[in-house]
Ligand binder design. Structure first.
Ligand code: FMN
Length: 207
């Protein structure tokens, strides 16, 4: 995010690059008309200029987690997940609550990141689209898991923006202008955090 420019005397001058902040958007729902996925799809459309937001769409492709995986030959879907997270400057989650907890498929995704360090010191946030009073147990569990993987939870970007099922349009996004404006703000604020405190890429993940 920051580039070093060397002047004629050889002194390094630090300056902010114009490179966009890359934000990976991860939905915890596999439902076709998911309100959580719709919110994140809308975030792609509402992202401010300084943010390149990408929706991760591989949740249902992931195999069941096993600690026995051969680190040299990860499942292709797991490799893609890890590469996407590693390439991102920040990650935003949005997940439903199932039976008072995270959906199993989403917890499975998170389990695939526990050993590899991809989320280590990565700025993260979430958008809770559940109706008021719903979904809190899922986000409490998400916070706990993100603590285990040592992600940096950016509290001011963790927001509740309810999305009713009938607010999802035929294109799979949410048209409401105020909703989109809130997403623009959240991503802009998250980008600032990511620029100020960039994630350290563990040595084992450097390419
Ligand atoms: C198996 C299952 C369990 C659920 N359990 C809860 C729950 O414990 N608490 C809750 O608030 N909603 C619960 N719900 C409702 C979902 O959170 C709600 O339908 C949500 O909109 C689904 O998110 P999506 O639209 O992104 O698929 C459950 C739904 C399903 C299918």
């Amino acid at each position: 995010m920051y580039i070093a420019v060397v002047d004629q005397e050889g002194a390094a001058l630090l300056g902010e690059s114009r490179q966009a902040v890359r934000v990976l958007l991860v939905s915890g729902s596999t439902r076709g008309s998911s309100t959580n996925t719709a919110a994140l799809r809308t975030a792609v459309l509402a992202a401010p200029d300084e943010v390149e937001a990408v929706l991760y769409e591989g949740l249902a492709d992931l195999p069941a987690f096993t600690p026995d995986e051969d680190p040299g030959h990860p499942h292709p879907a797991v490799r893609v997940l890890r590469e996407r997270i590693t390439a991102a400057d920040a990650v935003v989650f949005s997940t439903p609550e199932y039976a008072g907890a995270l959906p199993g498929s989403f917890k499975n995704l998170l389990d695939w990141t526990v050993g590899g360090g991809e989320l280590n010191r990565k700025p993260v946030a979430w958008i809770n689209v559940a109706a008021p009073g719903r979904g809190d147990a899922a986000y409490a569990e998400l916070a706990k898991v993100l603590g285990y993987v040592d992600a940096v939870i950016v509290d001011e970007c963790c927001v509740r923006l309810p999305v009713a099922r009938d607010a999802v349009g035929a294109d799979g996004s949410v048209a409401d202008a105020e909703f989109r404006a809130r997403l623009t703000d959240v991503l802009g604020t998250l980008a600032l955090h990511a620029r100020q405190s960039p994630a350290e890429v563990p040595a084992t993940l450097r390419r």
